[in-house]
Design a protein around this ligand. Structure first.
Ligand SMILES: Nc1nc2c(c(=O)[nH]1)N[C@H]1C(S)=C(S)[C@@H](COP(=O)(O)OP(=O)(O)OC[C@H]3O[C@@H](n4cnc5c(=O)[nH]c(N)nc54)[C@H](O)[C@@H]3O)O[C@H]1N2
Ligand SMILES: Nc1nc2c(c(=O)[nH]1)N[C@H]1C(S)=C(S)[C@@H](COP(=O)(O)OP(=O)(O)OC[C@H]3O[C@@H](n4cnc5c(=O)[nH]c(N)nc54)[C@H](O)[C@@H]3O)O[C@H]1N2
Ligand code: SF4
Ligand SMILES: [Mo]
Length: 867
């Protein structure tokens, strides 16, 4: 029997049918995905096992009872408030909490502890969108719907690798374009990403060139007579000022021809959707970028109607829910304003609470700085891993350790952050807890439990509520269930709606437990009386005092150019991993696509700095350093480089790239410029490189090491400085296999050492080392672990004639490798449908289709070059 729930990863918010045996399917009835799932969603079943789960509270590394743990939290927070005032305590939360969890935590700290020192990883994610929405609309409202992407004639994707980060939405856009080939897709990204595979136009702008680009577009809109005079007159302020500030688009790194193509497309169709994501938000001028985009939609009245509008794509499953409960330090619940006395009174009255902060609290970067200086005496981190995901990550680790009392709630004790806190609380995770999330199109969906809660784990809302009760606020935190919390949240939204706010789900305030259990996905607003449009602003109705929207004059920033030997350091995500990999890192299929932390470097810079293909590179600046594998590619521009954010101290020796990222923030939103550091790169000299596959769990302990789950155990890329005297001991140590019988083969010609370890006749580990990057068939070697295979076959390092090498895995769902695909293309499967048909690749979730197309194109180019 399957349970109908929602995927816990990205903001697309796909419906999932999940069963206790781990089987997972897309929910055909969910409006977001209509049955589709991406590779991460498909592999959810492989992530819910109990391995490594935290099952009991741990105080300074020792198991304690809940009674002790909760007593300690309540006492430490109460003491800090008593001795140092409310602003000496802080919460750092996450867009991965459910709305109910988020609501209770926000109520506890703002209404009862009396401080607004609650911020969340959403500060790193879409704080600039929130600020941009508020400046333009007077409220944090996403006007449109996913269907707009299908109905649009032009879809512009700005700073978004939709193909990898919002794959199911990408699938929908791809399908719409297949049905209506005249639909145009534009990608605005300094990198050529997988998303460009469906683009009619890729604009490789310079980092932070977006404001200049959209300013230029605004000037064109005016020049071409496309200002919607009637709409602007009735509903928009600030047009003239915005036009005066707008330039020509020059200075964003594009040539006149590219600019003209873009202006023609955007101006040429009324139905334009401009989606934007982290390439826009994570910038020291992110809020200005957001408003430069919104300006163009307001000026043309292309907003809130089918197939048009600006669209901020949220990252996390409940980023929107977090905004609804007001989880950021400068927000109040239900889209009410912290700096508005009437709003504060309304919330305090509703909560009947003893306190209500009048000033905004500390935003993430400042919050951890205050931890470092000793201002924060008690800190609670919930459902996020800031030692990996915050800028200045090494400083953040120190800052957490500096707080006299810190507590963390997570599913796992072994995370980079949980190892810095004093008390770790076991939270119930996806599949075990129950509540609601809101996706990017304002659709509220249920997450439902289908697994028993392991050990002593508890849902986050229940933990926080119990702390509230123990701090003496019994009545306010006496919730019997998640449904109870939801009803209160819905009722408060009615209060907000009465004050003229956009967020209104008061229609659900009296929902029964049974109806809450059955709740179908629903887009808000859901008012108590009548019905509401699902889109906002087609007919004005903005939330500034005069009911009008505001266009802002935007001055584009002077673009940062790399100085001397530095490169601009961009950061991004990979297709199959989720953030700090605490969950996706457990699923073998997801570790096969990108097995180690890497740095994309342009060939010109690789030459300039002497970086050989697949060698290791040291990336450094005054904040920190990282050691990564070089990926030489012209996908990035010369003078820039790019690394994914996912690797941690648990999975790599020095892959935590946020050690290098500065805490520069946008002045309006406080969001850090996570895509803009400056680094020096140089070859990382090592004496040897190795690859290892083991049945045992390996540790990332060598000077360079990256471990990943494999379908037969673990795999690792390693490197060391000094050539070991005793290779056998080295191999046993890397493989974590102290016992077993060793077979060894040294290839004098290549200098490669090959060691196989057998346990009871079956292969338990294989280790290959050489003076340069090792060329072994990795996937084939991984496949042999656990099998009774002759050592000659293992140590050959290449598959036997009967088993040609499959190459690096491209399709995670169907386990199809690059070489297999190349052979199939060479054999005639030279179109996407033929290749899918012939190899099975791309036939499940479809997330790899852009890469399949890329391979087809490359093979075709090679064939033409050869002819
Ligand atoms: N596979 C996967 N999917 C995810 C996540 C994940 O961890 N893994 N995380 C989720 C979350 S929380 C989020 S926030 C989203 C993020 O989703 P995206 O925003 O799509 O993700 P990123 O890869 O971080 O950044 C997108 C692009 O911004 C580009 N960029 C950098 N600087 C600039 C610039 O100045 N201008 C422009 N126009 N582009 C720039 C980068 O080159 C990059 O390709 O993904 C969500 N989905
Ligand atoms: N350089 C760079 N840095 C970035 C970004 C970037 O693009 N570049 N992106 C930023 C963005 S957009 C984001 S959203 C952040 C994400 O960064 P984080 O939020 O730090 O990353 P996660 O790995 O998602 O952390 C979630 C944690 O919560 C735990 N967890 C999972 N479910 C539950 C639960 O139900 N309850 C509790 N209590 N814990 C749970 C997980 O095990 C994990 O440890 O990273 C930011 N950092
Ligand atoms: S697109 Fe993938 S990660 Fe995002 S919600 Fe859907 S299945 Fe989950
Ligand atoms: Mo995010």
């Amino acid at each position: 029997m399957s349970t109908c729930t929602t995927c816990p990863y990205c903001g697309v918010g796909c419906g999932v049918l999940a069963a206790a045996d781990g089987s997972i399917q897309g929910d055909p009835n969910h409006p977001a995905n209509q049955g589709r799932l991406c590779s991460k969603g498909t592999a959810l079943g492989a992530t819910v096992g109990l391995e490594g789960r935290l099952l009991q509270p741990q105080l300074n590394g020792r198991d304690v009872s809940w009674d002790t743990a909760l007593h300690v939290v309540a006492t430490k927070f109460a003491e800090a408030i008593r001795d140092h005032g409310p602003d000496s305590v802080a919460f750092y939360l996450s867009g991965q909490l459910l709305t109910e969890d988020y609501y209770v935590a926000n109520k506890l700290i703002k209404g009862y502890m009396g401080t607004a020192n609650i911020d969340t990883n959403s500060r790193l994610c879409m704080a600039s969108s929130v600020a941009g929405h508020k400046r333009a609309f007077g409220s944090d409202t996403v006007p449109g719907q996913y269907a707009d992407f299908e109905q649009a004639d032009v879809v512009v994707l700005v700073g978004s690798n939709t193909a990898w980060c919002h794959p199911v939405l990408f699938r929908r856009i791809e399908a719409a374009k297949a049905a209506r080939p005249e639909m145009k897709i534009v990608v605005v990204d300094p990198r050529r990403t997988a998303t460009c595979q469906i683009a009619d136009l890729h604009l490789a702008i310079q980092s932070d060139g977006d404001a200049a680009l959209f300013n230029g577009l605004l000037t064109q809109i005016k020049a071409r007579g496309l200002i919607d005079q009637a709409y602007v007159e009735a509903h928009v302020n600030g047009l003239e000022e915005a036009l005066q500030a707008a330039g020509t688009g020059e200075g964003c790194g594009l040539d006149a021809d590219q600019l003209a193509q873009f202006f023609d497309l955007w101006c040429g169709s009324e139905k334009v959707v401009t989606l934007y994501s982290m390439g826009v938000n994570q910038s020291a001028r992110g809020t200005d970028k957001v408003n430069a985009i919104i300006n163009c939609h307001l000026a043309t009245g292309r907003i809130g109607r089918a197939g048009m509008g600006p669209f901020s794509m949220t990252g996390q499953p409940n980023a929107m829910g977090g905004r609804e409960v007001g989880g950021l330090s400068n927000m109040l619940a239900s889209h009410l304003e912290l700096d508005n006395a009437a709003h504060r009174d309304a919330v305090q009255g509703f909560w009947q609470s003893p306190a209500m902060p009048e000033a905004p609290g500390l935003k993430a970067v400042d919050l951890f700085r205050a931890c470092h200086t000793g201002k924060i005496k008690a800190l609670w981190i919930m459902s996020t891993n800031p030692v990996v995901s915050m800028p200045e990550a090494d400083f953040v680790a120190e800052a957490i350790r500096a707080v006299p009392f810190s507590v963390g709630s997570d599913l796992f004790a072994a995370t980079d952050t949980m190892s810095c806190v004093d008390l770790v609380l076991p939270a119930a995770g996806w599949g075990e807890k129950t509540g609601t999330v809101t996706n990017s199109e304002r659709c509220i969906s249920r997450q439902r439990a289908f697994l028993p809660t392991p050990g002593a784990a508890r849902p986050d809302w229940a933990i926080t509520a119990e702390v509230g009760r123990r701090m003496g606020w019994g009545d306010a935190f006496e919730y019997a269930s998640a449904a109870d919390v939801f009803r209160e949240h819905a009722a408060l939204s009615g209060v907000a709606a009465a004050l003229g706010r956009d967020f209104d789900i008061s229609g659900l305030q009296n929902i029964s437990d049974a109806d809450y259990d059955r709740l179908e996905p629903q887009v808000w607003p859901i008012p108590a009386q009548g019905t509401a449009e699902t889109r906002f602003f087609s007919n004005g109705g903005f939330y500034h005092a005069d009911g009008k929207a505001k266009m802002l004059p935007i001055t584009p920033p002077v673009l940062t150019a790399p100085v001397g030997d530095t490169l601009l350091f961009n950061t991004a995500r990979v297709r199959d991993h989720w953030h700090t990999m605490t969950r996706t890192g457990r699923a073998a299929p997801l570790g096969a696509h990108m097995g180690e932390p890497y740095l994309e470097v342009h060939p010109v810079d690789a030459d300039r700095f002497g970086l050989g293909a697949a060698a290791l590179v040291e990336v450094s600046n005054p904040h920190g350093r990282a050691v990564l594998r070089v990926l030489v590619t012209d996908r990035v521009q010369a003078g820039t480089c790019c690394a994914p954010m996912h690797w941690t101290a648990q999975t790599a020796a020095r892959g935590r790239i946020n050690a290098l990222v500065t805490g520069n923030v946008d002045p309006v939103s406080g969001q850090p410029a996570l895509k803009m550091a400056q680094v020096v790169v140089k070859p990382y000299a090592v004496g040897w490189y190795g690859f290892a596959a083991s049945a045992a769990q390996m540790q990332p302990t060598r000077p360079y090491a990256a471990i990943a789950r494999s379908k037969t155990g673990w795999r690792a890329e390693v490197a060391g400085h000094k050539t070991p005297q005793d290779w056998e001991a080295e191999a046993r140590s890397v493989l974590n296999l102290p016992d077993g019988v060793v077979s060894r083969f040294d290839d004098a010609a290549s200098g490669m050492v090959r060691i196989a370890i057998y346990d009871d006749g079956a292969l338990s580990g294989a280790f290959f080392a050489a003076p340069g990057p090792v060329g072994v068939a990795r996937a084939a070697t991984v496949d042999l672990i656990g099998q009774k295979v002759p050592a000659v076959r293992v140590l050959a390092g290449v598959p036997g004639a009967d088993q040609p090498s499959k190459g690096a895995v491209v399709c995670a769902c169907m386990d199809v490798g690059r070489h297999e695909l190349q052979r199939a293309i060479a054999g005639g499967a030279a179109s996407l449908p033929a290749l899918m048909d012939c190899t099975g690749a791309g036939t499940n979730c479809g997330s790899c289709r852009p890469e399949l197309q890329d391979l087809i194109a490359k093979t075709e180019t090679q064939r033409m070059a050869a002819e």
